[in-house]
Design a protein around this ligand. Structure first.
Ligand code: F6R
Length: 363
């Protein structure tokens, strides 16, 4: 049931405010503290986290790596499951192994989990399907409560994965004494504002549709982001290529001059994901390098960002202000909308893109 939407993907994008709210309610207790199912997680008893996932779920982990390291001071290793499982990585004592999967059935992720079984301190998973193999074989499985996701391109699962991982990073920061109670509360308050901001961001659908009609003519598109926005660039590129079949690549902004800038000319749109945060000026200088070479920049930013850096850009998408730490959840929306509308403009099969399956249960 598409609930009046043209595609499951559109419905699932639109559901994000309510699914995020449901996940927040599930993981926050009345007094506003973070509530994890028994036996909980002892973050003071681990020295590092090893995260493993595939595709979009791996980009959620990539964002979470920034969060765990910055908020909780916990080092994070991150790998895609198909590489991790065959590399025979040593797993040091006191490692928390964390697997993220919407379906809970992805073959490589499950095999990676089994590899960690007798090696890691604890096996934790973050899943959408609560009765899945990955959930069953974990010491603790945390549901993301996104509800069934039918569209092959993951949307609401990504934002709900981010929300749960964000809460875990806060809880880790609290347990490890890196955050005092007042700071935890303030970050939770910021997080509570996110579903409403996501709702606002959905109103960008018209702008995204207009810009997408132009993106649909491109053969190649570059996405750039810095810091916690780098994984969002990766996610934006993946979403675009899987449903519109346009070649898209993402780079960390600072990598631009180490190679990919050679690709830039006026035929290559460059989508820059950059809220006005502590790294904004750095990203803007990369953006100016693109414009100096004739590149057409679509700047995805907030009001302050668009006021300070709109000059010379091709297009802007302006999002509401959000606490910088949680910006990746909000900026998932324009990434999704741009991919969706570009696919519509190209007339591709949005919900069932060619060659792809919703759940990859073979390696
Ligand atoms: C992209 C997408 C895939 C999945 C990946 C992992 O939109 O949906 O990249 O994220 O196949 O699937 P799960 O999360 O079920 O393990």
């Amino acid at each position: 049931d598409k609930a009046g939407h043209r595609h499951f993907m559109a419905k699932e994008i639109a559901e994000q405010p309510s699914r995020l709210t449901a996940a927040l309610e599930h993981y926050l207790s009345e007094d506003g503290s973070i509530r994890l199912p028994a036996p909980g997680i002892d973050f003071a008893g681990v020295d590092r986290i090893s995260m493993v996932a595939c595709g979009t779920a791996s980009y959620a982990c990539h964002v979470a790596k920034y969060w765990f390291e910055q908020i909780a001071g916990l080092p994070v290793d991150l790998d895609v499951a198909s590489e991790f499982r065959y590399r025979e990585p040593p797993i040091p004592a006191r490692t928390l192994a964390l697997f993220v999967s919407q379906s809970g059935e992805t073959a490589d992720t499950l095999a990676a989990l089994r590899y960690c079984r007798d090696k890691a301190e604890r096996i934790l998973s973050v899943v959408n399907v609560a009765e899945s193999s990955i959930a069953r074989e974990s010491d603790l499985a945390l549901p993301i409560l996104a509800g069934p996701e039918i569209g092959v391109a993951s949307t609401k699962a990504f934002s709900c994965q981010l929300l749960v991982l964000g809460l875990l990073a806060l809880e880790a920061g609290r347990q490890r004494g890196r955050l005092d109670e007042a700071t935890v509360r303030a970050r939770i308050d910021d997080l509570r504002a996110v579903p409403g901001l996501v709702n606002h961001a959905l109103s960008l659908t018209e702008d995204a549709g207009r810009i997408a009609a132009k993106l649909a003519e491109a053969r190649d598109i570059l996405f750039l982001g810095r810091g916690r926005m780098f994984p969002l660039a990766l996610e934006g590129a993946l979403k675009l290529k899987e449903i519109s079949y346009i070649h898209a690549e993402a780079y960390a902004s600072g990598e631009l001059k180490h190679g990919p800038i050679a690709l830039v000319d006026k035929t290559v749109p460059v989508i820059v994901m950059a809220p006005h945060d502590e790294l904004f000026d750095k990203t803007v200088s990369n953006m100016q390098e693109v414009m100096a070479r004739g590149g057409r920049v679509l700047l995805v930013t907030d009001r302050a960002g668009s006021q300070s850096a709109a000059q010379g850009v091709w297009e802007t998408l302006v999002l509401p202000d959000v606490a910088p730490v949680w910006a990746p959840i909000l900026y998932a929306v324009p990434a999704q909308l741009l991919a969706y509308h570009t696919a519509i403009a190209k007339g591709t099969d949005v919900d069932q893109p060619r060659n792809l399956a919703k759940s990859v249960t073979v390696e």
